[in-house]
Ligand binder design. Structure first.
Ligand SMILES: [Ca+2]
Ligand SMILES: [Ca+2]
Length: 688
């Protein structure tokens, strides 16, 4: 038994007759031996269990061996070669890693920025939520309702003008660019709101109206008194004739009608106003005025605001020669011209130098954009007379201007049909400069609500369009629940008369309908500034949260789909069919074989054979999302795709021949930030 135990001892230990010490083996006999040549190292590891037969113990490296011993072993070929192989392997791996990193950086598409990443929710603060029972919505009210906005999966909140102002013309004439109107709260309320919105991972953009101020602005008061530098802050012209009769310097008329010159009794001159006479235009040919505006931008960006919508910038400059503008109807008596539409505005809009001003604002904003994730967005809402001029706001290849000019194509659409929607979409996509990012809005504070323009049966399909087109969707508050215009008889004359714009649109500014309680939950006060729409018992956010088939739930599903599916998030869009009833398009991404196909009905009941239009289409496609949730998940024969009035279907199918690779559709395909998906590496790359 003793022999058996000896045999089972670790071989090295028994051979060397060593002692085990904390797991290290030391061979005493070895210490004094010279082992400077390979010959002296035992050539055999043969096991001979007769200790007497072991003339010399076999030498092996061991843990804890002294340096001299280590050096002797390390110079042996088997260790040296291994060491060199390992060394070169590590070098090769490092080189590979660096090259792979460079390749990934070089090939990675530009990440979508936050303003491209999700919908923008535009809210009119006076009508969103009242927190202090005075019947007017306010900043604290917005804060109370952030959960609702977060639930919509939107990325950005756009709060329209809340500067201190006399609140005429919807607040678009600031009395103080550095303060919040007391109706909406205090600057501290704004800072708290901004922090809360940021805490929720959302961004905030606000309106910026540089063209004019209110006549109550301190600058105007100083200007009419010719005080120092302020004397030249506005556009003043002599306009008195001998005998003290007042005669405007030229035929220019304001957007709201009648002469755009107003006599000021204090200064005894006329000042120019593009909008109401209570809104004098600033003199942007004065560098000090330009500097004031840069300072305003810096003030709000410094507070942490994430961007601006630049309002009405096409009106920034006017021709200095002051010539009469051409009449639309040459035979009209010049004395009778009073309406804005009766003149061509060649000398009062989009003057040379205007874009330079906007670009200089952009440069100021860029100074605040350097930190990661802190890019400051610039939008502009100047609608030009032709699409090419509107596209100028995107800037050029070399000079960045707005991230996008607001797209009014869907807002301006007069009639609803598959063809009209296609036209509205196509005109933007065809004219947009290459690589730029589109945007879509269907509602605004100056546009009748979808439900009232086209009928409530089309609300869902229009939201489906908005959220499946390429680019940033912009939703005006209330459209996510399908709110309707306030009936005009419910809009008090008092409001209409108190505003500058005779065509002031209050109908689409009725209070947000939160629930079925009094005043639709908008205010706990006795009344709201505008009456609540009478349909609030059925059309409200609370009740729609509980209905799976509601407009609100569809909106949420659509915005989730948009953020989760790469082809819809950032892929190709190809229009493949339009007629009076339906508009059909696909969203695709190179490298992904699943495709989303939208069949949207903007007319009457329709059945189309899409297989005849796109022969490569699979014979069956599954409905991923339908405006009628009961159809979701159904498989449909692509030869007979039926849609009801106002029905929208999002199909998903797989193909190895996407539409954007087909010659027949190439003209109708667009992509903004091109990217391809590699399923092997689960990443996006650009060179494809
Ligand atoms: Ca209030
Ligand atoms: Ca101007």
């Amino acid at each position: 038994m003793v022999d058996e135990e000896a045999k089972s001892l670790p071989m090295e230990l028994s051979e060397k007759g060593g002692v085990e010490n904390n797991g290290f083996v030391q061979n005493e006999a070895f210490d004094d031996r010279e082992t400077d040549s390979q010959d002296e190292i035992p050539k055999t590891c043969a096991v001979d269990m007769n200790p007497a037969a072991v003339a010399e113990p076999a030498l092996q490296p061991y843990a804890g061996m002294p340096k001299e011993v280590l050096l002797k072993f390390s110079s042996q070929a088997r260790y040296r070669v291994t060491r060199e192989i390992l060394f070169w392997l590590i070098i090769a791996a490092a080189v590979l890693l660096v090259s792979a990193t460079i390749a990934i950086i070089a090939l990675s598409p530009k990440c979508l920025d936050w303003w491209q990443d999700g919908p923008v929710y535009q809210l009119y603060p006076r009508s969103f939520k009242d927190s202090d029972m005075d019947g007017n919505g306010d900043l604290k009210g917005i804060q109370e309702k952030l959960d609702h906005i977060v639930n919509l999966n939107v990325k950005t909140i756009w709060i329209t003008s809340f500067y201190k102002s006399p609140l005429k013309d919807s607040g678009y004439g600031a009395e103080d660019f550095y303060d919040v109107d007391p109706m909406f709260g205090s600057m501290s309320d704004f800072e708290t709101l901004l922090a809360s919105i940021h805490d929720r991972g959302l961004k905030v953009i606000m309106d910026f109206v540089p063209n004019h101020t209110s006549d109550r602005h301190q600058w105007f008061q100083l200007s009419r008194n010719r005080t120092g530098k302020y004397s030249d802050y506005y556009i003043w012209q002599d306009c008195t004739q001998p005998g003290a009769a007042i005669a405007a310097p030229n035929n220019w008329v304001s957007v709201y009608g009648n002469s755009s010159w107003q006599y000021d009794d204090v200064r005894k001159q006329c000042y120019f106003h593009q909008f109401g006479k209570e809104q004098p235009d600033l003199n942007f040919r004065n560098l000090a005025v330009q500097q004031e505006m840069h300072d305003v931008i810096k003030f709000w960006l410094g507070k942490g605001v994430d961007g601006f919508n630049f309002v009405a910038v096409k009106f920034l400059l006017e021709a200095t020669h002051l010539r009469d503008e051409p009449q639309v109807n040459k035979s009209q008596n010049p004395e009778s011209i009073a309406a804005y539409s009766e003149l061509y505005h060649d000398y009062t809009t989009t003057q040379v130098g205007m874009h330079d001003l906007v670009r200089s604002f952009r440069q100021t904003m860029d100074q605040y954009s350097s930190e990661p994730g802190r890019y400051r967005f610039m939008g502009s809402d100047s609608e030009e007379k032709d699409i090419e001029a509107t596209m100028m706001y995107y800037g050029t290849t070399f000079v960045q201007e707005a991230d996008f000019p607001l797209n009014f194509q869907l807002i301006n659409m007069k009639n609803l049909s598959g063809n009209s929607v296609f036209e509205a979409v196509n005109v933007w996509m065809k004219n947009m400069p290459e690589g730029k990012w589109p945007n879509w809005a269907v509602g605004s504070p100056d546009t009748a609500r979808i439900s009232s323009r086209f009928g409530n049966k089309y609300v869902n399909v229009i939201n489906m369009l908005l959220l499946t087109l390429p680019g940033t969707p912009i939703t005006y508050y209330g459209e996510e629940i399908g709110m309707e215009n306030l009936a005009s008889e419910n809009v008090s004359e008092e409001y209409i008369n108190s505003d500058l714009n005779s065509k002031a649109t209050f109908a689409e500014k009725s209070p947000m309908q939160w629930n079925g309680e009094a005043n639709a939950g908008f205010t706990k006060g006795n009344s709201s500034w505008l009456p609540v729409n009478s349909d609030y018992q059925s059309v409200n956010a609370e009740v729609q949260m509980t209905q799976s088939n509601s407009t609100l739930n569809l909106y949420r599903e659509l915005s989730l789909l948009r953020s989760n599916e790469l082809p819809i998030h950032r892929g190709w869009m190809c229009s493949i069919w339009n007629d009076s009833d339906v508009f059909v398009y696909v969203r695709e991404l190179d490298g992904l074989d699943n495709v989303f196909l939208m069949v949207l009905n903007f007319g009457q009941e329709s059945t189309i054979d899409l297989k005849a239009i796109v022969p490569n289409l699979p014979s069956e496609a599954v409905i991923r999302l339908s405006t009628d949730f009961r159809n979701t998940g159904k498989a449909v024969d692509t030869k007979r795709i039926k849609t009801e009035v106002g029905e929208g279907l999002v199909f998903e199918y797989k193909t190895n021949k996407p539409v954007h690779t087909m010659e027949a559709f190439r003209e109708n395909c667009f992509v903004s930030e091109k990217a391809c998906y590699s399923s092997a590496f689960n990443l996006l790359y650009v060179n494809c």
